[in-house]
Design a protein around this ligand. Structure first.
Ligand SMILES: NC(=O)c1ccc[n+]([C@@H]2O[C@H](COP(=O)([O-])OP(=O)(O)OC[C@H]3O[C@@H](n4cnc5c(N)ncnc54)[C@H](OP(=O)(O)O)[C@@H]3O)[C@@H](O)[C@H]2O)c1
Length: 214
């Protein structure tokens, strides 16, 4: 697939690298320096390249949105027309200093995004996984059991695209249902991060949710 990375930081940089290693055609965009995007593309190998958000969006089969919640409007404006595009978002709705969720209970970042980019086909995925585990999971792909990763959305075809990407980076996709399920997945992602970064033995706990629902 042609994948446009909107955001090339901890999540976008790593996921884009893994998509490229899995054989996809990746455009890295939206960082503060063009040099960083070029370095990411060079390190990712294959046909990965650096571009603007508009170049990343043009002709993309899927866009991966990986910016801070406060930058979503800016990156979407720079990307231009995303109608009909599969827009996979890992964004959590955090305030500027990342201490609080700014959307919750009756909505989610994913649902708000679906209203902002009204004609895009939004899927929420990857937000529940800390970026630190991504390379390890990719390296261990093929070995059972693969860690589960929940995703949700209202467009079935877009969800199939997201599920394929989830598989390609080494996780087992778990369809959690419609986009509104992000209301529960987003706070869960923060619990996961809290356990990972602050809990006693946190990483052990946080990285071992192996089967959703069992
Ligand atoms: N990190 C995680 O483990 C994790 C896990 C789950 C979900 N998430 C979610 O994923 C999203 C991205 O998180 P992240 O940790 O990848 O963030 P990040 O490392 O800060 O990456 C954000 C990207 O946006 C770019 N950016 C920020 N301000 C910009 C500006 N003014 N102009 C141009 N580019 C700008 C950054 O550029 P630079 O590269 O130049 O800094 C970077 O490429 C967030 O919504 C977060 O909640 C993150």
């Amino acid at each position: 697939m042609r994948i446009g990375m909107l955001g090339s930081g901890l999540m976008g940089g790593k996921l884009g690298t893994l998509f490229a290693r899995a054989g996809h055609d990746v455009v890295f965009s939206y960082a503060r320096s063009r040099k960083k995007l070029e370095r990411l593309a060079r390190d990712a190998g294959g046909s990965a390249r650096a571009g603007t958000p508009r170049e990343a969006a043009k002709d993309a089969d899927a866009l991966l949105l990986a910016v801070h919640w406060s930058r979503v409007d800016d990156v979407l404006r720079k990307a231009g027309d995303v109608s009909g595009k599969v827009l996979v978002s890992c964004c959590l709705p955090m305030n500027e200093d990342d201490t609080e969720l700014v959307v919750g209970r009756t909505s989610s970042a994913a649902e708000k995004l679906a209203r902002k980019a009204a004609r895009a086909r939004v899927v929420s995925a990857f937000g529940t996984v800390p970026s630190e585990v991504l390379f390890g999971v990719f390296d261990a792909r093929g070995r059972a059991p693969r860690p589960s990763l929940v995703y949700c959305g209202d467009d079935e075809e877009a969800k199939e695209v997201a599920a394929a990407l989830i598989r390609d980076v080494g996780f087992e996709p778990v369809d959690a249902g419609p986009l509104r399920i992000a209301r529960y997945a987003e706070p869960f992602a923060l619990l996961n991060a809290q356990l990972a970064y602050e809990g006693e033995g946190g990483p052990e706990l946080a990285y071992r949710f192996e089967r959703f629902g069992e």
